[in-house]
Design a protein around this ligand. Structure first.
Ligand code: GLC
Length: 384
């Protein structure tokens, strides 16, 4: 390989599935000349970003590789915090799902290596609901009779995803087509928000969802109460593991349509990026090679139901067996909507999730929530 030596640290959010811990251990066994370490941050996407930003602002070399959320590329690259990975990706580009490659693309260069992509599914208890309903409105009607639906309603990035899935399906947008102005305060987005607010008010979604992130939703679903859950693919393997009361009692399906609209999923996922302040960029690349190899992607999918970024992994027989929904998942990823690409994306998202959360919690009306989000998004856009 490239004769890398020394040590290299991978920084990421909490290793909920346990895949990174296992991989780092295997990497160290396979590469005696180099030692990889894992540094875990919070489960919250926003807190992870804060931990990364803090280190990069201090020009710290603590983290060589970051497990970077797809929405951070524009900000991190424009701050000059990342190595340009365009040459590295030249020979690998054709194997990656094009949508994942777009998430590392900013200002004409590629700033990371897609390691895991994501598009959420509707989880449903197939012992209670035989076939998943075809509209969101019906999902909530069925949820009413079957102990509800859980999702990510806490004020953080996850809520932006959950809200935008409904808003996009209702025909809404975040920004104007030229990206210069907010388009959040629209009748379509209001319909989606009103729908979510009504869901909490009526109890179809428990009030507690206003405090849930991915892990709280997963634990709630695994406790056996709710009939439905919105979550990413990682929850599939864990939901079927020991300790889950719903093991083998649920299935997953692509999202239904929003009445009068379409169906929409938001593109999630993480890229491996090399910090400009790394003291061991060679080591960083050696670790990235390992973490993005076809073998790793296969194990991640088959054992941990982590969504692959490599096209070929989906058709692997072991992956097909472990993830019977693999083909649908690939289609979902290919069709998923990206969140806005902007160096001020974090502020745009905050404007969305804080106001949407306030409406869900009954602290403000859906109309006022969108008005406020609109002016905050326009203020964020005016800063660059
Ligand atoms: C998942 C997605 C990521 C998203 C986050 C929100 O980790 O992969 O893109 O921002 O959830 O909570």
């Amino acid at each position: 390989m490239n004769n890398a030596k020394g040590s290299v640290t991978l920084c990421m959010g909490k290793d909920t599935s346990g895949d990174k811990t296992a991989l780092v251990k295997q990497f160290n066994q396979a590469n005696p000349g180099i030692t990889a370490k894992l540094l875990e941050f919070s489960t919250s996407a926003d807190e992870q970003r804060a931990s990364f930003v803090q280190r990069q602002e201090a020009k710290s070399g603590e983290c060589d590789v970051f497990y970077s959320d797809v929405i951070w590329t524009a900000e991190f690259a424009s701050q000059k915090w990342l190595y340009d990975m365009t040459p590295y990706l030249e020979s690998k580009k054709s194997e990656l799902i094009p949508a994942t490659l777009k998430t590392v693309d900013y200002a004409g260069k590629l700033w990371g290596v897609p390691q895991q992509t994501d598009s959420a599914f509707l989880y449903y208890r197939d012992d209670q609901v035989q076939t998943p309903p075809t509209t969101w409105q019906q999902v909530y009607d069925v949820a009413k009779q079957n102990d509800g639906i859980v999702y990510q309603g806490a004020p953080y990035e996850g809520l932006t995803c959950d809200y935008l899935e409904l808003a996009f399906a209702a025909g809404g947008k975040v920004l104007s087509d030229d990206g210069k102005k907010s388009a959040i305060n629209s009748p379509q987005n209001l319909k989606a928000l009103q729908f979510m607010v009504d869901g909490v008010k009526s109890g179809d979604a428990p009030k507690a969802v206003t405090t849930y992130m991915e892990e709280e939703s997963r634990r709630s679903f695994e406790s056996g109460k709710p009939a439905f859950m919105r979550n990413w693919s990682y929850a599939y393997a864990l939901g079927n593991a020991k300790g889950s009361k719903v093991a083998k009692k649920f299935k997953v399906a692509p999202f239904p349509t929003f009445e009068g609209g379409t169906s929409a999923a938001v593109l999630g996922g993480h890229n491996l990026v090399v910090s400009s302040f790394s003291k061991n960029p060679k080591g960083a690349v050696t670790l990235i090679d390992y973490l993005t190899s076809p073998e790793t992607e296969k194990v991640n999918a088959a054992e941990f139901s982590i969504t692959p970024t490599l096209s070929e992994t989906y058709s692997d027989p072991e992956v097909q067996k472990a993830m019977p929904f693999a083909d649908a998942l690939k289609k979902n990823v290919e069709a998923a909507h990206a969140r806005p690409v902007s160096p001020v994306y974090p502020q745009i998202s905050q404007a969305i999730y804080k106001n949407v959360n306030a409406a869900l919690a009954g602290q403000t009306s859906p109309q006022d929530a969108l008005k406020k989000a609109d002016s905050q998004i326009n203020s964020a856009l005016a800063t660059f």
